[in-house]
Ligand binder design. Structure first.
Ligand code: UFG
Length: 345
């Protein structure tokens, strides 16, 4: 429960119309914060904003600003209109393969966009930010589970942009007193338990929605990338963290900063690894369907195993993920059905 002072706080959420951002907006509203969504709607959806605006939560206010982090005047317009207390920064491009093909696009949008945001924030004396970082900053794992002491040697441009931003935030702390919490996500999965928002990418590259989309009805066949890895069943192992558990970690990170916490960084994962085959089998179990599958060669840049050591987030933030992979698949499936209905209309 928030104190009266905290519940009146205005939290700026960049990328609030996207997958992870939208679940965080709901968590913030439920916790009693006022939310200002900033999104250029390139990857986020106006329908998501409408849904978020329709969520009635006692006493909290929600505002939406369509704007671009590459345009200083757009960012200024938010800070001059609202007294911002803290920022949750999600807005970014996040496709690993695309980032390698088009590094210019990624450095420009992710790094420069964040610099613009930080610079305006400094001008307005806003010095608390929770940042959406990634396991991709670690690169090829030297050991698993990966803890926060693991060296950060990203092997793709996406991971490099996120690491650069982490480094920029450290320098801004030393020079200007910016306090940041960097949350390094492993594989985010699932959807809102009330089915209001969920994963909505075009094109979709992620494992669970791609399995769920491959039905005989649509003729879409699921492509399983690589069955010859040195893992329990030959397919890649990942740590699937539920998106609502992830949003909870952001609330705790925000509270940590509002309570005067120093700059810090945490892995967000479950410490459980599931193989692609196990996820596939679980999708069939949850849906009661058989999904067509085609075995393909390995996808470039996929490490065999990525599992998070989440002890630090547990100890310092008091965070515990509680939702299972099965729960993530159940909610993702419900959302997938909702989304295909919407897209058909
Ligand atoms: N996979 C398939 N078929 C598909 C999609 C995925 O076999 O259609 C496999 C992949 O090859 C991989 C696993 O499923 O082995 C998971 O792939 P995802 O694309 O769902 O997720 P990634 O592990 O590649 O990447 C995710 C995020 C990145 C982040 C990374 C950090 O999408 O942004 O986790 O761990 F950088």
């Amino acid at each position: 429960m928030l104190s009266q002072k905290e519940s009146k706080m205005n939290i700026l959420v960049t990328g609030g119309a996207g997958y992870i951002g939208s679940h965080n907006v709901i968590a913030l509203l439920d916790a009693g914060y006022n939310v200002i969504i900033f999104d250029n709607l390139e990857l986020g959806h106006i329908e998501t904003v409408e849904t978020l605006k329709s969520i009635k939560s006692e006493g909290s206010v929600i505002d939406f600003v369509k704007g671009n982090l590459l345009l200083i005047q757009d960012i200024e317009s938010v800070f001059s209109k609202h007294k911002i207390d803290a920022i949750l920064h999600f807005a970014a491009y996040s496709q690993v393969a695309e980032s390698v093909k088009e590094p210019q696009k990624y450095y420009y949008n992710n790094v420069l966009g964040t610099l613009n945001l930080l610079n305006v924030a400094m001008d307005y004396d806003v010095k608390k930010i929770v940042f959406s970082s990634t396991a991709a900053t670690y690169g090829e794992p030297e050991y698993v589970p990966i803890d926060e002491k693991h060296p950060q040697n990203p092997i793709n441009t996406y991971g490099k942009t996120k690491l650069m931003i982490e480094n920029i935030m450290d320098d801004y702390d030393r020079a200007y007193g910016l306090k940041s919490v960097r949350l390094r996500y492993f594989n985010v999965a699932g959807a809102d338990s009330q089915n209001r928002v969920g994963e909505w990418h075009n094109p979709e590259t992620h494992l669970i929605p791609n399995i769920l989309k491959s039905t005989s009805d649509t003729g879409k066949v699921f492509q399983m990338f690589g069955t010859d890895y040195d893992t329990k069943d030959g397919t890649c192992v990942r740590d699937y963290i539920n998106v609502e558990d992830l949003a909870n970690a952001h609330l705790l990170a925000l509270k940590y900063l509002l309570d005067g916490g120093e700059t810090n960084y945490f892995n967000l994962g479950t410490k459980e690894g599931s193989s692609v085959k196990e996820v596939f089998d679980m999708c069939e179990k949850v849906t009661g369907k058989k999904f067509p599958v085609k075995i393909q060669p390995r996808r470039a840049g996929d490490p065999a195993i990525l599992i998070a050591d989440n002890k630090k987030a547990k100890e310092i933030l008091g965070w515990t993920p509680v939702r299972s992979l099965e729960k993530s698949i159940q909610t993702a499936y419900r959302w997938e059905q909702e989304l295909s209905k919407r897209l058909a209309n």
